[in-house]
Design a binder for this molecule. Structure first.
Ligand SMILES: Cc1ncc(COP(=O)(O)O)c(C=O)c1O
Length: 382
């Protein structure tokens, strides 16, 4: 447990809530979940499942209909054929990441990942006795390390490379050819490629993409109903694994989760219905507008945005012109300006002290208010 750090964002959130309880108004730009409620057709399907008494366990790999529906979504949206046997429904992407890393990593083995990246990955690797090796991301490569760097860091103990697109905290997306190069490199080196696509669908500059379009049967892909589908609290996600891994993944799922929540799985069946997808598209457009507003405002404040935050709902901004201590700056912004943001140290050690993550998971008026407060705070010469 000594190797498993808490999320700084959780202490920021707790402090923000305490300030609110004391009467302060706080603009929330720290939270990594959509402010929109779960779309109505999904809620209705969950309610109908409850009313019909669907409260027993499902198979460990998930409801057969949902596995089929997920495979159907890859076919209809991405033109990619995925056999439902390769789909495992999990308690969120978190469950998928635990299953994949639990099956892949032996004690003492290494997993390569970019810095910055989603912090839980390194802790899950640690949980299974492995070692996460962080590689500096290349801005031009969507903050992923380039394949040469991956190859140079590869050792006999390396088991896998983990990437995410769109990524947290940067919002960066990997181009299909970059993904293909990473896939070729990991195959050549005899390892596995794990691609986290949890923010898929929340892309603003290009159509959504899946690593499965590489045409390979030999990839691990993680996804979730949490973000694009607005179902964070329902705890339901999925993974696509190479066919040969289905048996062991199912065995591990039986042992550590039994199954993902049943009502949530029935609710998720409605997520791919045209009326749900239409709601998500409206929300995607709202996120795109918020992104434009926040990006412009942050640049006007003197923050430097490296790379293109083309997806997810985050902007990772270099605040080193204002402070070389992003944790201290985040604390000051909260206490003195009433704006909650996440310091970069949550996501990596390399340059975390220079960066802040801004989440546009709040409406445009609140973003404008947050920007105005930060402007006053910086002008006052904090
Ligand atoms: C990159 C990434 N992967 C996985 C997760 C876990 O999401 P969930 O378990 O809600 O599906 C998150 C949550 O923020 C994330 O940002």
């Amino acid at each position: 447990m000594a190797g498993i750090a808490p999320f700084q964002v959780m202490s920021i959130l707790a402090r923000a809530r305490a300030l609110e309880a004391a009467g302060r108004d706080i603009v929330h730009m720290e939270i990594g979940e959509p402010d929109f409620p779960t779309p109505e057709p999904i809620v209705a399907a969950g309610q109908a499942a409850l009313a019909a008494g669907r409260t027993k366990y499902t198979p460990a790999s998930g409801l057969p209909d949902l596995r089929q529906a997920i495979a159907g979504y890859y076919a209809s949206r991405f033109g990619v054929t995925v056999s439902p046997d390769r789909v495992l429904v999990t308690p969120g992407a978190s469950g998928a990441l635990q299953l994949i890393l639990g099956c892949l990593v032996n004690p003492g083995q290494q997993v390569l990942m970019p810095d910055p990246a989603y912090p839980c990955n390194r802790h899950i690797v640690r949980l299974f006795g492995g070692e996460a090796v962080a590689l500096a991301g290349e801005v031009a490569q969507g903050f992923a390390p380039n394949p040469e760097k991956v190859a140079a860091a590869w050792t006999p103990a390396t088991r896998a490379l983990m990437l995410a697109s769109p990524a947290n905290p940067t919002g960066a997306c990997l181009a299909p050819d970059a993904l293909a190069a990473h896939y070729a490199t990991t195959r050549r080196l005899g390892g596995a490629l794990v691609v986290d696509e949890i923010y898929q669908g929340l892309e603003y500059d290009h159509p959504p993409h899946t690593a499965l379009a590489l045409g390979s049967q030999d990839l691990f892909v993680v996804n979730s109903f949490s973000k694009f589908f607005g179902m964070t609290g329902w705890r339901v996600g999925w993974l696509i694994a190479p066919g040969a891994w289905s048996g062991v993944l199912d065995r591990l799922a039986q042992n550590i989760f039994l199954a993902a929540p049943t009502v949530s799985q029935y609710a998720a069946l409605a997520a791919f219905a045209p009326e749900s997808l239409a709601i998500m598209e409206q929300r995607r457009q709202a996120f795109a507008q918020r992104r434009a507003c926040l990006k412009k405002g942050l640049v006007e404040l003197g923050l430097h945005i490296v790379g293109e935050p083309a997806g997810a709902f985050y902007i990772y901004a270099d605040c080193s012109a204002l402070s070389d201590d992003s944790a201290g700056l985040a604390a000051d912004l909260l206490e003195r300006a009433g704006v909650a943001v996440t310091p970069g140290l949550d996501f990596g050690d390399r340059q975390g002290a220079r960066y802040l993550r801004f989440a546009y998971t709040t409406d445009e008026a609140s973003l404008q208010e947050g920007l105005a407060r930060m402007g006053r705070f910086f002008r006052a010469g904090a």
